[in-house]
Design a protein around this ligand. Structure first.
Ligand code: FAD
Ligand code: NA7
Length: 468
């Protein structure tokens, strides 16, 4: 009987696993029987986002935390697949910071091309997993949401690729229960238009706070106040934005901060991160971690230390994304196919520990980028995933951080060169701050489309805005 592989989740990580097996098949390898369960009706994970919050049409928790007007927050040159470039997909250079729909199109294009959709059971949610030590088999109970049917599947290997930016971390603050305005978590944020003219408080000081805050500024919020627990982000904010230390309590609309200052707000957004949560896994198989670059108990960040038949993809905090998921998926594939032999438990533990020790000593963001670069480099060296210039990608991450320090509202207008193809990105037709339509069509056609339809007034307006 062929080996049976189960994959839970068809976001970028699960798609990478499908692509990894397909790549081996194309090179003549026998590949296992693969079934991937995806609770949504399409693949793409976070990138498959909609207006919905709370529950989706099947009554399942909405997975994606992305929102309207979400443009890539890092250069696309850092996440490009080594085996499917932006040039190949779009046939011409595009800008370095595309909006969500453009990246969704890119990741979908690669897997559509390799015909792996047939492995995915959409609208099917994993409910419970158990492991039989003796038979060395996983039993996975899933629900077919469209037909409301429960099924049981048995696998020799299991890949967990459900992401970890979906279950909001929602701390309590004194007095917040009687705050008279809207209170929401970033997971439920879908667009900043309604905050025009409002005073907004964002609690948290990482990617979500930064991006939602600048979205709100772009959409005309009267003021944006960030409240940090550990350290301010320290960007050169527009005049509407300010950073304060942590909120200690609310009194009506008034927030009190730990430095003794106060502010009155119309709405509060908790940008307080996400929980690693795997409700379909028993405790002994379930990763427990904060959002860190190297969660413990995973050999090479992928293979579960207590059960070498279980793999996690994308469980790390991420500088690298799509191409790191590839490197992980290629590694997991080769372990499953027996091409890579896992060392003894004690050696694996020692390997994990040296990464954890190094992580504990990371002094700054530049060293974090170095750390994850070295991690990806090691994985790639172990498989036939196409090698690429990781040092250049790492330099680009550092450049990106400098660019943000220089101009938090303008860094997305910068362009970079592809490490994979050498192609220089195209400058986008509209500056990020002025771009009010984030659709794929507008992105690709832009003012050119207006010329086609003879709408020169729109074109003139766009170029005036672009020139500002
Ligand atoms: P996910 O994308 O989360 O996909 C997991 C999949 O598993 C989903 O399709 C989900 O429906 C499915 N699933 C979950 N539970 C079950 C279950 N029980 N049964 C069946 N299926 C299940 N990265 C970038 O590179 N650039 C960016 O600009 C960027 N911006 C981001 C902005 C936000 C707001 C967030 C939250 C993340 C952002 N990221 C960004 C990181 C993003 O998480 C990764 O790019 C990528 O989506 C992670 O892929 P994944 O497959 O590991 O997880
Ligand atoms: P992150 O990057 O995990 O950051 C979470 C932030 O929330 C971080 O600044 C935390 O502060 C803060 N936090 C967490 N708990 C609290 C409490 N109790 N009080 C105050 N502040 C708190 O999550 P993001 O949502 O920003 O980003 C996740 C992904 O989404 C990322 O990959 C992006 O690409 C998009 P700390 O610094 O720990 O003190």
């Amino acid at each position: 009987m062929a080996m049976r592989v189960g994959i839970i989740g068809a976001g970028p990580s699960g798609m990478a696993q499908l692509r990894a097996f397909e790549s081996a098949r194309q090179k003549g390898a026998d590949i296992p029987d693969i079934t991937c369960f995806e609770k949504q009706s399409d693949w793409g994970g976070q990138w498959n986002s909609s207006w919905r919050t709370g529950l989706d049409a099947s009554g399942e928790a909405v997975h994606s935390s992305m929102y309207r007007h979400l443009w890539s927050n890092g250069p696309k040159e850092c996440l490009e697949f080594a085996d499917y470039t932006f040039d190949e997909h779009f046939g011409r250079p595009i800008s370095s910071y595309p909006p969500r729909e453009v990246l969704f199109d890119y990741i979908s294009g690669r897997v559509a091309k390799s015909d792996v959709r047939k492995y995915v059971r959409f609208n099917t949610v994993a409910r419970w997993v158990s492991y039989d030590e003796k038979a060395e088999e996983f039993t996975v109970v899933v629900e077919d949401l469209a037909n409301q049917k429960t099924e049981t599947h048995v696998f020799d290997k299991l890949v967990v690729s459900v992401g970890h930016f979906s279950f909001p971390n929602v701390p309590q603050f004194d007095g917040i229960d009687s705050f008279p305005g809207e209170v929401l978590h970033a997971h439920d944020f879908r667009g900043a238009e309604r905050f025009a003219g409002k005073d907004l408080l964002l609690i948290g000081s990482s990617y979500s706070a930064e991006d939602i805050g600048m979205q709100a500024h772009k959409m005309g919020a009267r003021s944006v106040t960030f409240s940090y627990r550990s350290a301010p982000m320290g960007f050169d904010w527009p005049e509407t934005a300010v950073e304060r230390p942590l909120v200690t309590r609310f009194e009506g609309r008034t927030a009190h901060f730990s430095d003794g200052t106060t502010g009155e707000f119309d709405a509060v957004i908790l940008c307080t991160g996400y929980l690693h949560k795997y409700p379909f896994l028993p405790e002994e198989l379930s990763l427990k971690s904060r959002n860190v670059l190297y969660p413990g108990n995973l050999y090479k960040g992928v293979a579960w230390q207590d059960n070498a038949n279980l793999f996690y993809l994308g469980a790390q905090d991420q500088y690298f994304t799509f191409n790191m998921f590839d490197a992980q998926a290629w590694f997991a594939r080769d372990v499953m196919l027996g091409r890579i032999e896992l060392p003894a438990e004690a050696d694996r533990a020692a390997d994990i520990q040296q990464w954890l020790d190094r992580q504990a000593a990371l002094p700054d963001h530049d060293s974090e980028a170095d750390f994850q670069t070295d991690y990806v480099r090691e994985l790639i060296s172990l498989t036939d995933y196409p090698e690429f210039d990781l040092d250049s990608v790492c330099s680009l991450f550092k450049q990106w951080m400098r660019d943000k320090e220089e101009d938090i509202l303008g860094y997305r207008d910068n362009i970079h060169r592809s490490v994979m193809t050498g192609t220089m990105a195209a400058r986008h037709h509209t500056r990020w701050l002025n771009a009010m339509d984030d659709s794929l069509q507008r992105y690709l056609n832009g003012p050119g489309q207006d010329i086609d339809t003879g709408n020169l007034a729109v074109l003139a307006q766009e170029s005036q805005l672009s020139a500002k």
